[in-house]
Design a binder for this molecule. Structure first.
Ligand code: SF4
Length: 356
């Protein structure tokens, strides 16, 4: 089912490219992607339930690295079993791209810096055309084509790499394509995407590559992606983190909300705690957050550390809770509605959120 667009940011109109059941670009909602992170040899029967869990928390597209023909068989077959559109990520050997297109998968990503000779790329283009499957040309600052590796302006070098690939695609009138220009440097990532977006109307997959562990990775991605999305640039996002795919998806969803390009969802207000705290906000809100990923409601909830200042400070929240030692008070728009035992508070609060 294709979601309707509810946005407060005026997005740049790009071409629409269908990736399985998701449409990227064309003013369709910005989709969230992640990558499978375990070796495919470990991807036993548990993989499908794991993909369902990712879908439940808001993942729209899943990408797999496909390093060899065995992996191509695995990923190709898997794409027939999961509801999530499957993207095959191919480096070095265009023949692997040709094999996954037999199944087909929903999209193939190739890196112009290492896919090899133009003749191989042409074969992939021809087969993608026959199958109606889009390509992503994924340019990375760390693996640029040889002729651009000494370019001082890394953002410009990425745009040139994308352009040179585009020249090949245009020879075959191939327009079913998404581009990405990624660097581990936030400034270069932003600049490359701005430059590309000024010149072309192909949809953009945006992200900061190799962004690091959880906290620095979230900061870099949030800054780069929110900056671009607020300018209307970006049609699908992947938050690259040295962490679990779930963290990438949840961070991606939060970035879309913060940038004003998603259809809403639960917004959490929670206090940072201070010496007035009589409630472990950190534990309560961490557990609560795990239980509300799948709730699709536009509601602002608050979790506050004391009953004196909490309800007042969080009066903009639709519904909130403030701990008060052995009990907790629930409030709506700042007015207390009931008091509950602290041990019952997690379940009762979740119930109230679901009822809202
Ligand atoms: S709500 Fe209470 S505990 Fe939390 S920061 Fe404010 S005063 Fe401190």
């Amino acid at each position: 089912m294709i979601k309707t667009v509810i946005e407060s940011v005026k997005r740049k109109k790009t071409r629409a490219v269908r990736v399985g059941k998701i449409i990227i670009g064309g003013n369709f909602p910005v989709s969230v992607q992640t990558m499978w992170k375990k070796p495919l040899s470990c991807a036993d029967k548990k993989i499908l339930p794991e993909l369902i869990k990712l879908q439940d928390i808001g993942c729209d597209i899943i990408r797999f690295a496909v390093p060899d023909m065995q992996a191509a068989e695995f990923v190709g077959n898997l794409s027939k079993k999961t509801e999530l559109p499957v993207v095959a990520d191919i480096h070095f050997d265009y023949k692997i791209a040709l094999r996954v297109l037999d199944f087909p998968v929903a999209k193939v990503r190739i890196n112009p810096g290492n896919i090899g000779k133009e003749s191989g790329v042409v074969e992939v283009i021809k087969k993608s055309t026959d199958k109606g499957i889009p390509l992503r040309i994924g340019v990375n600052a760390g693996s640029l084509p040889r002729n651009l590796q000494n370019e001082k302006d890394s953002a410009l070098a990425m745009v040139k790499a994308a352009e040179s690939e585009l020249n090949i695609l245009e020879k075959y009138s191939f327009k079913n394509v998404i581009f990405s220009l990624k660097s581990s440097d936030v400034t270069s990532t932003i600049r490359a995407n701005r430059l590309f977006s000024e010149r072309f109307d192909f949809p953009l997959h945006i992200g900061v590559t190799e962004a690091g562990p959880l906290i620095p990775g979230i900061v870099k991605n949030s800054f780069a992606l929110t900056t671009l999305l607020k300018e209307g640039i970006g049609d699908t996002i992947r938050v690259s983190l040295s962490s679990e795919p779930e963290d990438e998806v949840l961070t991606g969803k939060e970035i879309l909300k913060t940038a004003g390009v998603s259809a809403g969802g639960i917004d959490i207000v929670s206090c940072p705690m201070c010496s007035r705290s009589v409630f472990d906000v950190k534990v309560f809100v961490t557990n609560l957050y795990k239980n509300i990923h799948t709730i699709k409601k536009d509601v602002t909830i608050a979790v506050m550390g004391c009953p004196v200042n909490g309800p007042g400070e969080a009066k903009s929240a639709d519904i909130g809770i403030a701990g008060a030692g052995k009990y907790a008070v629930l409030f709506k728009k700042g007015s207390v509605i009931k008091s509950v035992k602290i041990e019952d508070a997690p379940d009762i609060f979740l119930e109230e959120i679901n009822k809202f």
